[in-house]
Design a protein around this ligand. Structure first.
Ligand SMILES: *Cc1c(COP(=O)(O)O)cnc(C)c1O
Length: 461
């Protein structure tokens, strides 16, 4: 979470001073800031220093902009503490964790109606893996036809999350952005045709656009691609970036057809640590079948006489989050997820209703897709303040609600958003509204413009 206005890259002192906390003879009172200390210190001293520094971060539960889980039940914390030593890659040491991982992705495949799923894990790494499989599949079919494979491109909305820019950069894939506009605020199949050619490895459809938090209509994108196939012979697969929506839509919008029910959907990723409700560090990706995940991307690790296929970018990773995901699947079941997501949506609708009724704000979304809504300042409301100023005023009360520009095509528009997550109760929401109302009244009472507004950096996740 950015606290850009408080963090400086330049730290003036070269030592961390611990007086008066530790002032007895023999206690450390000074730690060098940029070199490893020469000797040891007491565990309690080192603990206190790190604890106190971490205390200066924002309170994660008051961070209303992040999608990432910040609250779990005490049983989950207990399980976490019991299992943080498990390395996911050591399948032979921790075969039970490996089995549980398999159960989790099979449950997700079922939730997303996969006919014959292939799988794996890793947060925005999941997007990388999804993109990589698209690229490899395209390369195989081009090579088989004796055609060049040096110019792959991927077609996506200009409102994609930054992990896709990373994918294209790291894997030498040309990113073809379809700009968003007032008429087409999401990728909806309109005009898609002219971005596609024989070098297009796939189209990314987003279930839960990070900026405006609406679903892209995967069925319309798929229909547009069917039409392209009929006219031009290009068979282009879809990867659904369901980072947030893939764990919301099955529960709240079961009638929305966006998943493997569409034959063109080759793979889906979700962030277990967003509406999967686990603490940070967990992502999932599932492929519809073996063809969608070329076998030459998979490394086979043998353990206990068996064969454990793996597809991941890094080697070691914590296994504890996988166990937490499984805990939640058992603990909540379908009905539990549905009621938590519905309760979050109710809080989002309550809040967005209040925002919508306030003259200064114009809503971009109301939280009925995912429990997140975004707003802009109503055109012509005031020249005295903007959303950056409001963000700063809210921060005084502890609430972190950054303002950020919309993506290319709508870059002159600034928005703010609130992500209602498990743990953001209706009670906290009404406390927030009290603070908001007071700060808006303060800003509206200004008789002259605020100084140019706090340049909070763009916020992308
Ligand atoms: C959050 C997000 C990502 C990145 O996923 P992480 O879990 O944060 O690594 C990708 N795409 C979208 C649409 C997102 O909202």
């Amino acid at each position: 979470m950015s606290r850009s206005h408080r963090t400086t890259n330049h730290e003036p002192d070269t030592a961390v001073e611990l007086n008066p906390l530790f002032s007895w003879p023999g206690e450390s009172t000074l730690f060098p800031r940029f070199t490893i200390p020469d000797g040891k210190s007491l565990p309690s001293t080192a603990y206190q220093v790190v604890h106190d520094e971490a205390m200066l971060d924002g309170n994660s539960r008051l961070n209303l902009a992040t999608f990432v889980g910040t609250w779990m039940e005490p049983e989950a914390s207990k399980l976490y503490a019991e299992t943080f030593d498990k390395n996911m890659i050591d399948k032979d040491e921790y075969p039970q964790t490996a089995l549980i991982e398999t159960r989790c992705w099979r449950m997700l495949s079922d939730l997303w109606n996969a006919p014959d799923p292939a799988k794996t894990i890793g947060a925005s790494e999941a997007c990388m893996l999804g993109g990589l499989a698209l690229k490899r599949r395209w390369q195989h079919s081009r090579r088989a036809a004796g055609l060049p494979t040096n110019k792959p491109n991927l077609v996506l909305s200009s409102a994609v999350q930054v992990c896709w820019e990373k994918f294209c950069n790291y894997w030498d894939v040309e990113a073809r952005y379809v700009p968003v506009s007032m008429e087409h605020p999401t990728l909806d199949g309109h005009d898609l045709d002219r971005y596609l050619d024989e070098n297009t490895i796939g189209v990314v459809a987003i279930m839960g656009v990070t900026y405006t938090v609406t679903y892209e209509p995967v069925d319309l994108i798929s229909a547009a691609l069917d039409d392209v196939q009929a006219r031009r012979g290009l068979d282009i697969p879809i990867h659904v970036d369901g980072a947030s929506g893939a764990m919301v839509a099955p529960f709240l919008q079961p009638g929305t057809v966006w998943d493997f029910r569409l034959p063109r959907v080759a793979s889906i990723n979700t962030s277990g640590h967003k509406y999967g409700l686990v603490y940070t560090g967990l992502g999932w990706v599932v492929w519809r079948d073996e063809q969608a995940l070329p076998d030459d991307l998979i490394f086979h690790v043998s353990y206990l006489g068996g064969d454990m296929p793996t597809f991941a970018l890094n080697f070691s990773r914590p296994g504890a989050q996988v166990l937490l995901q499984y805990y939640l699947f058992l603990r909540l079941g379908f009905a539990g997820y549905r009621s938590i997501q519905a309760a979050s949506r109710d809080v989002a609708l309550y809040l967005s209703g209040e925002f919508g009724a306030m003259e200064p704000f114009t809503l971009w979304s109301d939280g009925s897709d995912i429990p997140v809504f975004a707003w802009q300042l109503t055109d012509g409301h005031t020249g005295n303040w903007n959303l950056h100023h409001l963000s700063e005023r809210l921060r005084i009360n502890g609430w972190l609600v950054p303002a950020y520009p919309m993506p290319e095509g709508l870059g002159e528009v600034t928005v703010q958003r609130i992500v209602v997550r498990n743990g953001f109760t209706r009670d906290l929401a009404s406390s927030f509204l009290n603070d908001l109302t007071r700060e808006v009244a303060y800003l509206d009472a200004l008789t002259a413009p605020m100084p140019p507004g706090g340049q909070t950096q763009a916020f992308h996740h």
